[in-house]
Structure formats: C-alpha cells, structure tokens
Write a protein that binds this ligand. Structure first.
Ligand SMILES: [Zn+2]
Length: 87
C-alpha cells in the first residue's frame, strides 16, 4: 500500500490482520508518539479489538478505549497494541 501525507510518500507492505484477516491500513501516528507511519487494523469487529478495553489498566469507566492491532514498519513489522479511542 502507499501512504501519502504532506507530500511524503511511504510505500508499505500490504498487511493482513492475523486476528480478523482484513487488510490493514496505513496510519500516520501523532508526532509525539515517536512512530512514523504504522499499519493498523481498523476493523471494529476484529476479535483482537472487541473486548480489549477490559485489558486497559486504570481506564476511566465511561471512556471508550480499545486496543487495535498494529504493526510498526520501522521495526520489521513488529506487532503492538495501539490504544485508541473507539469511534
Ligand atoms: Zn483485525
């Protein structure tokens, strides 16, 4: 896949989420995260994501947070949990 932002084109491998087998999407992480462009499973039905809010420690009760499955291309596509607000 190709990710383009502010004139910077990043070419990434096409990745498929191992949990739901849907294509993952390129996403530019916030600058203060220390990441660049990462690939994320944005499928709200993903079994990795569904119910993941129970795993977040110190979560405020009414906050809608979840852990999406993500991989970091700059780290050999190492998987990690992206904590994100549900939407
Ligand atoms: Zn998934």
């Amino acid at each position: 896949m190709i990710h383009e932002y502010a004139g910077i084109v990043t070419e990434l491998e096409d990745r498929v989420c191992p949990h739901c087998h849907k294509p993952m999407e390129a996403w530019l992480a916030p600058p203060d995260s220390g990441w660049g462009v990462i690939v994320v499973c944005f499928n709200n039905e993903c079994p990795h994501y569904v119910g993941s809010d129970k795993d977040i420690a110190n979560k405020r009760d009414e906050s809608r947070m979840g852990c999406r499955y993500a991989e970091n291309p700059e780290n050999n596509y190492a998987p990690f949990n992206l904590v994100a607000v549900c939407f």
